[in-house]
Design a protein around this ligand. Structure first.
Ligand SMILES: [Fe+2]
Length: 421
């Protein structure tokens, strides 16, 4: 190739790199999308056929293929130190292999499984700012000849960008885990005070998220709904033990004290710093006893003045309360529970939320009901299909009709195996 052609090619690559940097900084992407963008760019600039990003699992000291061309859902996992990728992760040095099959470190197993023929490999460590190796970025089969020194430099640069993206995503995940474990701990603290209602927050959260999914809420909204549900009864921490765990029905005066928990929930949660998108959580969590006809508490809010997610939690809260044992009663028969929900639709409950609740499959319902009550709960495989195929609405209609066909009997008896345990 002549000097001029070389210069033109270099210029094109430089432009591609600059353009790429711009694309990455302009787009706020999730980790997978960002890695895909970096991979497409690596293939394009390096004129390579395939690309794989391996992430290091520090617990097991292995590498796993996070995203790979031509692998589909299959995953490659190998120990650090083994194979080309493993050696790169262990040494932190880039490897440029001109002929894979004549290199003893190359493992042909993957080629055998995928039917691909690897010829040339360029494999670069992905290091964070502290020089820690987070994974390996690898490109395969340069379309014109072998990878050169220039390619090595470019892949190093792209690896650095990929490492930054991965580190940011990890940091975000860590923060999220920390936050979630913190709010779970708060609700466990409440569980410790009253063993009989223990697990209530967990079950209400489970059902709320199922309803949210039926209503096709966005992932962000599902998160807000989830956190609000976890913490809805947190204010019970401020209710005296003799009322909270009273082995009998509450007097009117005691009930008034119990009702204060909703306001306490708001007071406690307002003391937590929530980032902008979570600012609505204290109000959502503390409005779970509002009724759409304005007869609820603490604010006597009506209809759409009640946050929508509180209206979801309200349905799930009552369902769990009625299907669980209380200090003064056993779980209510299921038809009675469903009848109450239906009867209070449009009075206490938002019809849209009840409708979505009744769309939950019986399998998910029995899983939710038994959360935190039955250890190692399982739905037997012979019941799973029938419970998955039928919803709570189906069960309600069957039970209400009274005279059951053999098929309907089967649905009811499968459900009852897991109810009221
Ligand atoms: Fe409550």
């Amino acid at each position: 190739m002549g000097e001029i052609e070389n210069l033109i090619k270099e210029r094109e690559r430089l432009h591609a790199l600059l353009d790429f940097g711009h694309k990455v900084s302009m787009k706020i992407l999730n980790l997978d999308d960002l890695l895909k963008l970096i991979m497409a760019e690596a293939r394009n600039i390096l004129n390579a056929d395939r690309c794989t990003v391996f992430i290091r699992d520090f617990d097991t000291n292995t590498l796993w293929s996070k995203i790979a061309d031509g692998l589909g859902k299959r995953e490659i996992r190998l120990p650090v130190g083994k194979g080309i990728v493993g050696v790169v992760a262990a040494t932190g040095k880039i490897l440029n292999i001109k002929d894979a099959y004549s290199d003893s470190r190359f493992d042909i197993e993957t080629d055998r499984k995928t039917g691909y023929r690897t010829k040339t490999i360029l494999s670069s460590p992905m290091k964070n700012k502290d020089g820690e190796i987070l994974g390996v970025f690898q490109v395969l089969n340069k379309k014109d000849g072998t990878f050169n020194e220039e390619d090595e430099k470019i892949l190093s640069l792209l690896s650095r960008q990929a490492a930054d993206a991965i580190e940011n995503a990890f940091l975000y995940e860590e923060q999220k885990k920390m936050f979630e474990s913190f709010i779970e701990t708060l609700s466990y603290a409440l569980d410790r005070r009253d063993a009989l209602t223990a697990g209530h927050s967990r079950r209400v959260t489970y059902f709320s998220v199922k309803v949210g999914e039926k209503l096709a809420l966005s992932p962000k909204d599902l998160e807000i709904l989830k956190y609000s549900s976890w913490m809805h009864d947190l204010g019970k921490i401020g209710v005296r033990e003799n009322i909270l765990a009273k082995p009998g029905k509450l007097t009117d005066e005691e009930f008034e004290k119990m009702k204060q928990h909703a306001e306490y929930t708001r007071e406690i949660l307002e003391k937590i710093y929530f980032k902008k998108e979570y600012k609505s959580i204290p109000l959502i969590a503390s409005s779970h006893h509002e009724n759409i006809d304005g007869t609820g508490y603490p604010g006597k809010l009506k209809a759409t003045s009640i946050p929508f997610f509180s209206r979801i939690i309200a349905v799930c809260d009552v369902f769990d309360a009625l299907t669980s044992k209380r200090h003064y009663r056993q779980p209510m028969p299921i038809l009675g529970v469903l009848g109450i929900l239906k009867n209070d639709t449009g009075k206490k409950f938002d019809p849209l939320c009840v409708e979505a609740f009744f769309k939950i499959s019986l399998c998910d319902i029995v899983r939710g009901i038994n959360l935190g009550k039955v250890e190692n709960f399982v739905v037997y495989s012979q019941d799973e299909k029938i419970l998955n195929e039928n919803t709570l609405e189906d069960l309600f209609l069957i039970l209400k009709s009274g005279d059951l066909t053999p098929g309907q009997n089967e649905i009811v008896s499968a459900f009852m195996k897991y109810y009221g345990k």
